[in-house]
Design a protein around this ligand. Sequence first.
Ligand SMILES: Nc1ncnc2c1ncn2[C@@H]1O[C@H](COP(=O)(O)OP(=O)(O)OP(=O)(O)O)[C@@H](O)[C@H]1O
Ligand SMILES: [Mg+2]
Length: 288
Amino acid sequence: MGIRFEHVNYSYNAKSVTPQIGLNDFDLSLTEGKFIAVLGAPGSGKSTLLQHFNGLLLPQSGDIHILDFHIKAGDSAKGLGKLRKRVGLVFQFPEQQLFEDTVEKDIMFGPVNFGVPEDEAREAARRAVEALSLDAEILARNPFQLSSGQMRKAAIATILAAEPDVFVLDEPTASLDQASREELLLLLRRLSTEQGRTIIIVTHRLEEVLKYADEYVVLQQGEAVFHGTPAGLLERTDLLDAAGIQVPASVRFLREFCQRFGVTPPDGPLGAEEATAFVAESIKNKPM
Ligand SMILES: Nc1ncnc2c1ncn2[C@@H]1O[C@H](COP(=O)(O)OP(=O)(O)OP(=O)(O)O)[C@@H](O)[C@H]1O
Ligand SMILES: [Mg+2]
């Protein structure tokens, strides 16, 4: 079925003399079930794009097809409840996602709202915090008294518990420590590989998603200027530079290593651990 954006335009303060372009005649076609990373400089339209996936923002012109929904300019926000049940969005700023007086109520809110019985929703909340390695005691805490990393995880738990088909996450690894970032990305990767869920994630750290993402989208001034494979992306150093994204050290190191020692480069881009293993294997097979 796929997810398609066709000529979507969205500007903030559209009727003012100084509109801010969010999406500009935006076209994009994604395959369901993939892990997709969205990159781009600050202000390039990433958050604006993500809020269109579940109808939080509606296009001012153009069409969006997602699952079996068709969203178009002029649609009313009514009827989007069903879409929001199947497309979960984690906001860039978690405090915008949390509003109850306990974490448990916040996490249960979605499932209960979508018709899940309370005891099942409570159990889903418990499983969601456990999946993110949070202590169960956090469920009774006030979300606004948590550390920024805990608050981020609580916001992510709200969509995990709702079990959507499409997970849309706006910089979910910001404010998480390295171990939690890895754990979250692995969890999302599994949701995609084992359960066929679609994962769409904004990040500024290409290095951290390198071993998880199937496809990349790069935004510039409200347009998708790249959509393709990891290998294709790493060829486009111009786009990465413009987005302020560094080619990961492991990739630069491998390129240098293969060039200097005449080793055939690996097929795809490799993260730090795989790059180390590749070099170790190359040295073993071909003494230098
Ligand atoms: N609420 C708003 N009111 C007015 N303009 C806005 C608003 N939100 C975003 N914009 C403008 O829309 C454009 C796209 O912003 P958006 O937040 O989508 O970018 P982003 O790629 O998510 O940036 P960042 O990396 O900083 O999160 C920018 O020019 C921004 O200034
Ligand atoms: Mg943003």
